[in-house]
Design a protein around this ligand. Structure first.
Ligand SMILES: [Zn+2]
Length: 73
């Protein structure tokens, strides 16, 4: 014998269950240093800055920042 539901689930109950399945967009903030969209409370992966200080010297994602471009020119 296979397990079967005893009663049909009403559309109200079905809707209540499905109302909790909403997808939420990821929380993103603009980096205070380079302005790119990054995850909050984390060191920026583009410039390595957090709270106005350079934490990581060589970030994972290498993107030329404004300061680097000026020194090369
Ligand atoms: Zn940044």
């Amino acid at each position: 014998m296979t397990a079967l539901p005893k009663r049909r689930i009403s559309t109200r109950r079905q809707g209540k269950r499905r109302a909790a399945q909403k997808l939420t967009p990821p929380a993103l903030i603009k980096c205070s240093h380079c302005g790119k969209l990054i995850a909050p409370h984390q060191v920026c992966p583009y410039c390595g800055f957090y709270k106005g200080e350079e934490i990581v010297q060589s970030p994972k994602l290498k993107v030329k920042s404004k300061e680097e471009k000026r020194t090369k020119d």
